[in-house]
Ligand binder design. Structure first.
Ligand code: NAD
Length: 398
């Protein structure tokens, strides 16, 4: 069929199989053009199908030559409904990995569940023996516990109502939005979903099953950002969860002899997760404008390739005073932040295209779903039923 983008709020409910493959192959080609990294050889990526997790899987495989197991939570195509972008991305990743003789298998299911943890452990035991890097890159609105309890994460402030500029992605208009303060229960739920508890559950389960190498690195991603986003991010409910994530990294490194756990603080980028946060998309579109003008703009793949090459897999990993890896360093440069600060109070609906990289924002947005990729014929009929090579095809029985 001919696949067109259909947006609902801040997501697109269709994805283009050929465009997603082109997006994955572009990222792989970028990594292949960089110097090889002497890094991990057997890697588990949790949240491997889009954004920073996909970039981590690609860099592990194509820069370090690693075997990868990716855990994803995606939907295959069904009837006239396309698969999710993460499904097509994982299919394209596996195809290219297989062509290059790299081991790649994918497990599709809820990473929070014990069932998926058990499946991954069995697969590691059967195929790899152990892993030496675990990347934890989940971004989820909810977590279902073993007893059926569901926690929902919220994107709210923690210190009274907070009002600031925001962009309405429906029509690129600028307006003031007010974000209410999270209740203690909402903060607790956000920490349950996006904090470090499940990360630690994974690492401990893998350790107890004998699936960790003598020196295992594990890493989760975080964000700090400038003061203008602090009320909604760093000091908001999500910031509390990230605080817990960081404390979990320190605890795991302290308590587990052969594990070093890191937080990497990454740049603000358009992903399915960040589009959902109020205020942040406007900040991102100004940041893109400023960083592109300065020649320092990066996407997920450039960020993770630089993280591996310059910060993490070097003789002594380069961390800040709090022990965090920092690839938000270029974003946080004073000259960049000063330029954003100068623009922020002046941006209005009438001048939004002058101050914000609206085109770049939307290009990234559509490309996440495989649209607006150069060289793809969007008028062509495409087969939306694309298998992920390592996932058995379910046969529907009438
Ligand atoms: P993303 O939405 O692109 O990726 C999240 C991934 O998690 C997806 O592959 C999704 O399928 C997977 N996932 C969600 N729930 C799952 C579940 N229950 N089981 C298995 N997989 C599941 O988002 P992202 O921006 O790449 O976020 C990844 C991490 O990076 C998050 O911790 C986020 O806070 C952090 N981060 C993001 C930014 C940014 O600006 N986007 C900046 C710094 C740090």
């Amino acid at each position: 069929m001919i696949v067109e983008p259909k947006t609902r709020g801040f997501i697109c409910i269709t994805a283009h199989p050929v465009g997603c493959a082109a997006n994955v192959n572009r990222q792989i080609d970028y990594v292949l053009a960089q110097p090889k990294v002497d890094g991990p050889k057997k890697v588990l990526v949790l949240g491997a199908s889009t954004g920073y997790g996909l970039a981590s899987r690609i860099t592990s495989a194509f820069s370090c030559g690693a075997a990868t197991i990716g855990v994803i939570f995606d939907k295959p195509a069904s009837g006239n409904r396309t698969a999710s972008a993460g499904w097509y991305n994982s299919a394209a990743f596996e195809q290219r990995a297989n062509q290059e003789g790299l081991y790649a298998k994918t497990i599709n299911g809820d990473a929070f569940s014990q069932e998926v943890k058990d499946q991954v452990i069995n697969l590691i035991k059967q195929d790899l023996g152990q892993v030496d890097l675990i990347v934890y890159s989940l971004a989820s609105p909810r977590r279902t516990m073993a007893d059926g309890t569901i926690y929902n994460s919220v994107l709210k402030s923690t210190d009274g109502e907070y009002t600031n500029r925001s962009i309405d992605l429906k029509d690129n208009s600028i307006s003031m939005v007010s974000i209410s303060a999270a209740s203690p229960e909402e903060i607790e739920a956000t920490v349950k979903v996006m904090g470090g508890e499940d990360w630690q559950d994974w690492v401990v389960a893998l350790d107890q099953a004998g699936c960790l190498a003598d020196h295992t690195v594990t890493m989760a991603y975080s964000y700090l950002g400038p003061e203008l986003t602090h009320p909604i991010y760093l000091k908001g409910s999500i910031g509390r969860a990230k605080e817990h994530l960081h404390a979990t990294a320190q605890k795991m490194t302290r308590d587990m002899q052969h594990v070093t756990a890191y937080i990497s603080v990454n740049k603000a980028l358009v992903t399915q997760a960040s589009a959902a946060i109020p205020v942040v998309p406007l900040y991102i579109s100004i940041l893109y404008k400023v960083m592109k003008a300065a020649g320092t703009h990066e996407g997920c793949i450039e960020q993770i390739a630089r993280l591996y090459q310059d910060k993490l897999f070097v003789e002594n990993p380069i961390v800040d005073e709090a022990g965090r890896l920092r690839v938000d360093d270029w974003e946080m440069e004073p000259a960049i932040q000063q330029a954003v600060d100068n623009i922020w109070p002046n941006v209005r609906t009438e001048n939004v295209t002058e101050y914000c990289d609206i085109t770049g924002y939307w290009e990234d947005f559509y490309q996440m779903f495989g649209f607006q990729m150069p060289g793809v014929d969007y008028a062509a009929d495409v087969d939306i039923l694309v298998p992920i090579p390592s996932i058995p095809v379910e046969v529907e029985v009438d």
